[in-house]
Design a protein. Structure first.
Lengths: 331, 334, 368
């Protein structure tokens, strides 16, 4: 059974220069208890996709449409996110779906104590009295492994380290054990040593509370640890889809292949770092044909003229490439 | 000599191009026109009015506006319009000179405090701290006992007014110096002076030019206020002084023009300078430069969004296969 | 934290010292003979008498002795006697400060209330009618001198339509009958009530609100109602004009900071938590957006006792601004020195209080 079903999601932003196409027709589905990752470079539309699931994009400047945008809550009720009013979304947020953000230092309110910020979830969703809410908050802080929670609850965000702050955000998001947890690059702003702890915590929480996970990241290492299935996004379109093992071992799209190649292996001695030539095209100025054509090593005239469709390659795998370049690199 | 001439010519050309830019900006145009009118009125005051500032005509005092006196006359029968035209001179002189002085002094001290070591920073910051605590208006009132010439007023305005500009410039310079591109320039071996003039000055200058226009406007209002409480130069006519006289006599005799005209004059001049300031900001601040997308122009946001949504689409697999086949059969390189 | 405040106190004291020194030298710069005001009523040719006065007041001592003498007098809060009013400087100042405060405090309170509401409405929905009105009005009020606005409204409301009086603070004179005992009793009662409420509910808010409320209650109890009404009638026009420009400047500040805070990341977190929009607005956005207002209000607090020279002149209001203006015009420099020093002290103290209050609301230490 699917928790989330998105078909043909399009998101555009109105800016002073005109409209920017952030997401151009994306299909995503997440099954119950599944861990799904969206991988892509910054600016490919992956964070915006996450925000649109929570109904957090404001119109204007953002405009969202989709053929289908269904979220199924724990009691089996189907919700069309796009048709929900802000008041109806309030119930879904935190109770049915929650989000963890990128930079814990800017995503916590600087003038409220940690405790006050955690309490709010219990006060406004469960109608608890402040005292009971604080008890629950402290309990939550214990669950996410924060030492000395009573003292921490009285402190302000600037007094805490990045790792602790990210734990607080995780506690906040998972305190009502939502059905879907969206994690938007939760480790990018953290030290490498802390990253593994936070990732372990997220997967532990997901398992315990039986949450589905939508992991948004640019880090293939995180994908390997944290996901069952992967969507690779590039310039607002999905270019490849498949299970983690298959995508990482046998990519079917030149972009995925290039991404994997850029990660230096631990065991081999690298002569030179592999890089993808050129830059991601500016969102106002995308190539006419395949968006990856200007950087692709296998590009043809055909790729430059017309955007390829997302081909079904069987076995749940999809690739947005006219060809089967994998035959070339697997040889 | 020839070289110098061509250099001069190119500088003039640049200045001309810049002025054209200001004129093309709608705010800039409004501002230039308004300020232009006031400047012309001030310069040609003697030709615009048949009267002089000392044309006493007590018999004709407190006259209502008429063809001979469009704004009426004061208690001594002096034409109000004449006072207004001559008053523009002092307003402009004080506003522009003080604006320039404050900007120059503030910019220099602000840059020095941010860029030339700790000693100068401490000294300048402490001076600013003292000046910020000193209540400005009372100090001005006391200082104006020294001399009531308007040069004194400019000096006092400048001495007290530079702090704000200096603090702004200092903050801007410090924030730029923390930028990575300045570090990069330092690492690349750029000398302190090179970085100063090549990187820091350009990013401060647009702030300064804008600030100068705005402070001209501010000091004009301050000048009017000070002359109104009687601290202006008694030998020079100014808009504030017209209003003092008006408060004494115009209220009871219902001479509205006497009160309204100086206010309107102040408003026009100050508004003009402010518009020029905002226009300069738009022109000089690269972040505010915008190229508008003309395709969705004129549509309501929702309609425009729908149009953009309609543009986003995918090729069907069948269509793509046909395309691919065509490419292969036509023998294109694949 | 302690070090920060120690540094603040030391720098404030340094600033005050500079101002006192400046104060000492100002009359010596301005008058050719600093003893001049002491000669009031003494004929030009009574040279011996003049010399006697000069000697008696220490003007013949070396400058450094005079300076130390001046410092000593400041330290004992002895500001001398005003030459013009023939009364102690303290007495003259204290007869005027309440009048300035009537105008400034009431216009600040109204400006703040309406300014915050207007700013919040404008900042909540950008580019809507309220926002556009605010921006247009702020363009106008910054370009129009407020004293001119005051002049026009005096002419309109006091002369043409005769709705409001045009001069003075009361119909006759400017002395209120003030019952000190009643004031103290009411003041003490309300303060006690506030403290009791604070102890019961443990909310510091009651102390913050209790001080102004008890002051106001005390004044209302101690002054006859007819006098209060008379003063309010006279103050209406000047207060309305001050409120007009005050509202717009506070509203603009609130609007700009509302817009800045709305784009902050933590607002997104608050919304993702599923908090109702009103909670996001008041608990998260508003609380952060009002922080810059604290600094701004603190700065203008210093002006509360100072009053506004222009308004007081236009309405012949017996306040401090008018007093200082008269002192300058009369060469009454002991009085003007004392006023300048008083203003500076108030500014320093207000800055310090602002700092304390700011830290109460914003736990991050910011060195300005």
């Amino acid at each position: 059974m699917n928790v989330l079903d998105i078909k043909d999601l399009k998101i555009i932003f109105r800016t002073g220069d005109g409209f920017v196409r952030a997401v151009e027709g994306v299909d995503i589905s997440i099954r119950e208890g599944e861990r799904v990752a969206i991988v892509g470079e910054s600016g490919c539309g992956k964070s915006v996709t996450g925000l649109s699931c929570m109904g957090l994009l404001t119109t204007p400047p953002a405009y969202v449409t989709a053929r289908e945008f269904t979220f199924v809550s724990r009691n089996g009720e189907k919700h069309n996110i796009l048709e929900k009013t802000e008041n109806e979304m309030l119930r879904l947020r935190a109770e049915e779906m929650a989000m963890i953000f990128q930079d814990p230092s800017t995503f916590l309110n600087p003038v409220m104590t940690i405790g006050e910020q955690l309490d709010e979830v219990f006060v406004y969703h469960m109608g608890l009295k402040p005292k009971q809410a604080r008890e629950r908050s402290i309990e939550m802080m214990k669950k996410v492994g924060i030492p000395d929670p009573e003292m921490r609850a009285m402190q302000y965000p600037h007094e805490l380290s990045g790792g602790i702050k990210q734990r607080i955000l995780i506690a906040m998001a998972t305190s009502l054990s939502p059905r879907l947890l969206i994690a938007d690059e939760p480790t990018t702003a953290l030290d490498v040593t802390i990253q593994a702890q936070i990732l372990n915590l997220i997967s532990e929480r997901c398992e315990k509370e039986k949450m589905s996970l939508l992991m948004i990241t640019h880090d293939l290492g995180v994908v390997r640890e944290m996901a069952d299935r992967v969507y690779v996004m590039y310039c607002g379109k999905i270019v490849e889809e498949g299970t983690v093992d298959e995508i990482l071992t046998s990519p079917r799209h030149p972009y995925t292949k290039a991404l994997i190649d850029t990660v230096p292996g631990m065991d081999e001695k690298v002569e030179r770092f592999v890089q993808i030539p050129h830059n991601v095209p500016h969102p106002m100025n995308k190539p006419q044909g395949c968006y990856f054509s200007n950087r692709c090593a296998y590009c043809t005239e055909l790729c430059r003229t017309k955007q390829p469709p997302l081909y079904d390659r069987g076995n749940g795998r999809k690739s947005r490439c006219y060809f089967r370049p994998e035959e070339l690199w697997e040889k | 000599m020839k070289k110098l001439l061509t250099l001069l010519l190119s500088v003039l050309k640049d200045i001309g191009a810049f002025i054209m830019k200001v004129l093309k900006n709608p705010k800039g145009r409004t501002g230039v026109i308004l300020v232009g009118i006031v400047v012309l009125a001030a310069v040609f005051a003697p030709y615009l009015t048949p009267y002089e500032l000392d044309d006493y005509d007590i018999a004709n005092g407190l006259a209502k506006p008429s063809a001979a006196h469009p704004l009426g006359t004061d208690k001594n029968g002096i034409d109000i319009l004449t006072q207004l035209l001559y008053g523009a001179r002092i307003s402009l002189i004080i506003g522009i000179t003080t604006g320039l002085c404050v900007t120059l002094l503030g910019a220099t001290l602000g840059i020095v405090s941010a860029y030339f070591g700790k000693v100068s920073a401490t000294v300048i910051l402490n001076v600013i701290n003292v000046l910020l605590v000193i209540p400005t208006t009372p100090l001005m009132m006391i200082m104006s006992n020294l001399s009531s010439s308007y040069l004194m007023m400019i000096a006092i305005f400048t001495l007290i007014g530079w702090c704000g500009t200096a603090r702004m410039v200092r903050a801007q310079v410090l924030s730029i110096m923390n930028m990575n591109y300045i570090r990069a320039a330092e690492l690349a071996g750029g000398s302190k002076n090179y970085i100063m003039f090549r990187h820091i000055m350009p990013s401060v200058s647009h702030l300064l030019i804008m600030n100068c226009a705005l402070s001209c406007a501010g000091f004009m209002i301050a000048e009017a206020g000070l002359s109104f409480i009687g601290l202006g130069d008694p030998s020079v006519m100014s808009w504030g002084k017209i209003l003092v006289a008006a408060q004494d006599s115009a209220f009871t005799s219902g001479l509205w023009a006497w009160v309204l005209a100086p206010g309107a004059a102040i408003f026009i001049t100050v508004f003009g300078f402010m518009q020029i300031g905002y226009a300069l900001e738009e022109i000089l601040n690269p972040k505010m430069k915008r190229k508008k997308d003309t395709r969705t122009k004129g549509l309501a946001p929702e309609e425009a969004a729908a149009a953009v949504f309609a543009e986003i689409g995918d090729v069907s697999e069948a269509e793509a296969d046909a395309l691919k086949q065509k490419f292969i059969t036509e023998g294109q390189r694949i | 934290m302690k070090g920060y405040y120690l540094k603040k106190v030391l720098s404030s004291l340094f600033v005050l010292f500079i101002i006192i020194t400046l104060n000492f030298f100002l009359p010596r710069m301005i008058f050719s003979d600093p003893a001049q005001p002491y000669f009031a009523g003494v004929p030009e040719d009574a040279v011996a008498l003049r010399e006697q006065i000069r000697e008696a007041n220490g003007f013949n001592d070396p400058l450094i002795v005079q300076y130390l003498d001046y410092l000593g007098r400041i330290a004992t809060l002895d500001f001398g006697e005003s030459h013009y009013y023939k009364e102690s400087v303290w007495k003259v100042m204290f007869s005027r400060i309440p009048w300035s405060m009537v105008l400034t405090v009431s216009s600040m309170v109204f400006s703040l209330i309406f300014g915050i509401i207007f700013g919040a409405v404008a900042g909540k929905k950008r580019d809507r009618a309220a926002d556009k009105t605010l921006l247009a009005l702020s363009g106008v009020t910054t370009a129009i001198p407020s004293f001119w606005l005051a002049l026009v409204s005096v002419m309109l409301f006091a002369f043409t339509y005769k709705i409001f009086p045009y001069r003075g603070a009361m119909t006759a004179g400017y002395t209120l009958s003030f019952n000190g005992t009643v004031f103290l009793i009411v003041f003490a009662c309300v303060i006690a009530l506030a403290i009791a409420l604070k102890l019961i509910t443990k909310k510091t808010l009651f102390i913050f609100a209790g001080i102004p409320v008890s002051l106001a209650a005390g004044i209302f109890a101690a002054v006859p109602l007819a006098d209060i009404a008379d003063v309010a009638y006279h103050a209406a026009l000047p207060v309305m004009i001050a409120v007009f420009s005050g509202v717009i400047s506070y509203a603009l500040l609130v609007r700009n900071s509302m817009i800045a805070v709305t784009n902050e990341d933590y607002i997104l977190t608050a919304r993702a938590k599923g908090l109702p929009p009103s909670v996001v607005l008041y608990k998260h956005t508003f609380r952060n957006a009002l922080l810059p207002l604290i600094t701004n209000v603190g700065m203008s607090m210093a002006g509360l006792m100072g009053g506004s020279v222009l308004t007081e002149k236009i309405f012949s209001w017996p306040g401090m601004g008018q007093l200082l203006l008269d002192a300058c015009n009369n060469g009454d420099y002991l009085l003007s020195q004392a006023i300048l020093l008083l203003f500076a002290v108030i500014t320093v103290v207000c800055n310090f209080i602002t700092d304390l209050v700011y830290h109460k609301f914003d736990p991050r230490i910011k060195e300005v």
